[in-house]
Design a binder for this molecule. Structure first.
Ligand SMILES: *Cc1c(COP(=O)(O)O)cnc(C)c1O
Length: 392
């Protein structure tokens, strides 16, 4: 479907609300990252959380075509989804493994991050049962305070790990808390120092890790001293950067991957002085052309955008009026209709570009008091993801 196709009958037999996934933009962004790091630095593509809402399998396939050799997921369940889709690249499971997942990961050659001794023991047992040696990546907590062995107790942990003969510490990693905030660069430097000391301690305990990695998107773009020999960017692959990278990174050349679109379900003329939507929070102050859109907060369009958000119709902005409800949102298209005929079925852009006008996920996030990741991750499963058809 082209952006200018206004015939509602050209849609398939489904509600006309969809997320367009521009895999060419994803591939472009991967190449931008590739160029940002030295040639000998491995780039892991973080595709956790369904590739931040963009569709993990489709994104991983395209990234593989671009040469991605490693994917990161949060859950073993997410790794299994990639394996079931015949993706055979290396997968790092960032969140660790639970119960039987240790054995499932060993069997599927999914590499767990370990940060608890019993988790390492479970992987060791599963590998021993198969007569194999399984790779694990050891996570160090250098200041984030979430997962990871605290840097001050890593020496003892690494010594105990060395007794587990069926695992190999293939990687040592940590995660930055504030790599996107120049005002906190001292803290980032402290994390780097703690990591380097921890890496020494791990080596002293007899391990010979192949990979050492610290950098998320912000670390990849703003802290080249922290590239190690592997980086783990997520957000920038999806073209999210305005609230991800430090403000100094003004135009990193990344392209947004997701657009959220819908079509006018019902257009109506409303006289001045009437209220619209739940709670009667909006009152027309003039004769108003109101368009009801078939999407709402259950689709991931934030209710916080009630009476605040904007959409694009025929290349022009139109404001959200009244409360965003579960399945429906009302917009005021009166001013658009002055310049361009507006009809039922016309395409509306909630995130993305139409003509010269653009609404970024970052802008939607800012209006909703959150970050762009929560917006794209929040686009729910009932919104179909569609690959974009080439222009023309
Ligand atoms: C999510 C995550 C990343 C990627 O972070 P971005 O900000 O999206 O680049 C990297 N490493 C770990 C451990 C993560 O959990």
């Amino acid at each position: 479907m082209s952006a200018h196709d206004e015939n509602p009958t050209s849609d398939s037999d489904s509600r006309p609300t969809w997320a367009e996934i521009d895999l060419d933009a994803l591939a472009h962004n991967f190449r931008v990252v590739r160029r940002t790091v030295a040639p000998d630095v491995e780039v892991m593509a973080v595709v956790k959380a369904n590739a931040y809402g963009h569709g993990a399998v489709a994104c991983a396939r395209r990234l593989h075509d671009e040469g991605a050799a490693w994917f990161c997921v949060a859950l073993a369940e997410e790794a299994a989804e990639l394996r079931a889709a015949n993706l055979h690249q290396r997968i790092l499971c960032l969140g660790g493994v639970w119960g039987e997942q240790a054995a499932q990961c060993v069997q599927a050659r999914v590499t767990p991050v370990v940060y608890r001794f019993d988790m390492a023991e479970a992987v060791n047992r599963a590998a021993a049962a198969r007569g194999e040696i399984a790779n694990v990546h050891l996570k160090i907590d250098t200041g984030m305070g979430r997962l990871g062995v605290r840097a001050d107790s890593i020496a003892e942990f690494a010594r105990r790990l060395a007794e587990l003969k069926n695992i190999r510490v293939e990687g040592v990693m940590t995660h930055f808390a504030a790599a996107d905030e120049p005002a906190k660069d001292d803290f980032t430097q402290t994390q780097i120092t703690r990591f380097n000391n921890a890496l020494d301690a791990v080596r002293s305990a007899g391990h010979a890790p192949t990979f050492f990695d610290l950098a998320n998107s912000a670390g990849t773009f703003a802290h080249s001293e922290a590239h190690g020999n592997m980086v783990r960017p997520g957000g920038v692959l999806y073209g999210l950067w305005r609230d991800v990278l430090p403000p100094s990174e003004t135009a990193p050349g990344l392209r947004p991957v997701m657009s959220l679109r819908s079509r006018i379900a019902l257009l109506k003329e409303v006289p001045a002085g009437e209220t619209l939507g739940y709670g009667c929070t909006f009152r027309t102050h003039r004769p108003t052309l109101a368009a009801t859109l078939p999407l709402g907060y259950n689709d991931g369009y934030p209710r916080a955008l009630s009476n605040r958000g904007q959409v694009i119709l025929h290349g022009r902005l139109a404001p959200v009026i009244g409360r965003v409800s579960m399945d429906l949102t009302i917009v005021d298209v009166t001013d658009v209709a002055v310049a361009h005929e507006v009809r039922d079925g016309d395409m509306v852009t909630l995130i993305g570009k139409d003509g010269e006008t653009e609404i970024t996920a970052e802008a939607v996030a800012e209006l909703s008091n959150t970050i762009s990741y929560e917006i794209t991750c929040g686009i729910s499963n009932r919104v179909p993801r569609r690959g974009m058809r080439a222009e023309g």
